[in-house]
Ligand binder design. Structure first.
Ligand code: NAP
Length: 269
């Protein structure tokens, strides 16, 4: 089975739209991207399209890295702004810890503040890092249970692997986290029911190398010959494998999760 993201994304967006209109909410969000980072600008523009659909004001603004902290403080104090997202990765010279500690947790759309990340330790967290949440929701919305499953995450970044491990524990999954120094990853892949892949290397895992029934959640995004591909290579043998495609899988859901975060932050206030 190919586990598609489009329907999941549409369901989340419909839920956001419905709650906004029923509660007559006004949500104003600012997305900051750094001068010259056209990729992030395009990414934010794609989120803005969905924001327009659900009735969220999503303003995209260019910024110089030297003004970032000052601008975050200004937006923190601006009563007319509900939430802020800053394009990542940050340019050289930007202190990511300082940024995450400066942003008001109640305006933290990307869930980077220590407070919001800490709340993931509890089952009742509200906002969540969008990619990790998308990786979980794409399975849940497709009726795939996580409770009691053995899950392998190949990634330990603060954006993906670390929050995902907390959130999967909350779903009663049993977690192994692997990274570039982990030995015998092939064995770990064989011994787990679900593999969350976010290595950033095209062809890192090939379908033909998998021996038993498995679900692959491909979070990787790579560009090869101007085409977007994931880390999982579908090379023919798929009888026992369910997987999320790239494009059309986790990435499609991520944008909807960001808008769900915007709504949840608004509900806090
Ligand atoms: P990252 O910080 O570079 O993390 C890559 C992870 O892969 C690290 O933990 C690294 O281990 C591990 N790794 C590298 N080579 C490995 C190997 N040979 N075997 C096992 N593990 C290995 O990148 P990131 O920001 O987390 O993003 C990861 C991927 O997800 C990228 O392709 C990115 O484009 C994609 N992504 C997708 C979305 C989405 O919405 N779908 C959002 C964000 C990111 P070490 O920690 O030891 O270096």
């Amino acid at each position: 089975m190919i586990i598609q993201g489009k329907d999941v994304s549409n369901k989340i967006l419909a839920e956001v739209k419905d709650i906004i209109s029923k509660n007559k909410l006004e949500i104003h969000t600012v997305a900051l991207y750094f001068k010259g980072d056209e990729e992030s600008k395009v990414y934010f523009q794609s989120i803005k399209k969905n924001a327009d659909r659900v009735g969220i004001d999503f303003r995209i603004t260019e910024i110089g890295s030297e003004n970032l902290i000052e601008e975050i403080k200004r937006l923190n104090d601006d009563q007319g702004i509900d939430s802020i997202i800053i394009a990542r990765p940050f340019p050289e010279g930007v202190d990511s810890v300082e940024v995450s500690e400066t942003i008001d947790p109640d305006k933290d759309l990307d869930c980077i503040s220590p407070y919001n990340l800490g709340r993931l330790n509890y089952k009742d967290y509200d906002v969540a890092p969008a990619t990790a949440k998308a990786a979980i929701d794409i399975l849940k919305y497709n009726g795939i249970k996580l409770s009691g499953m053995n899950s392998l995450i190949i990634n330990r970044s603060i954006t993906v692997g670390r929050p995902l491990s907390q959130m999967l524990l909350n779903e009663d999954s049993t977690i192994t986290v692997a990274h570039s120094k982990t030995k015998n990853i092939e064995e770990l892949i064989e011994n787990n029911d679900i593999v969350f892949l976010a290595v950033g290397k095209p062809g890192y895992l090939k379908a033909t190398s998998i021996k038993n029934k498995k679900i692959i959640v491909d979070i990787g995004i790579n560009v090869v010959d101007k085409k977007v591909v994931g880390d999982f290579e579908v090379d023919g043998k798929l009888d026992q494998i369910d997987y999320t495609p790239v494009p059309g899988g986790v990435g499609t859901v991520t944008s909807a999760e960001i808008l769900m975060n915007a709504l949840r932050l608004k509900m806090r206030s």
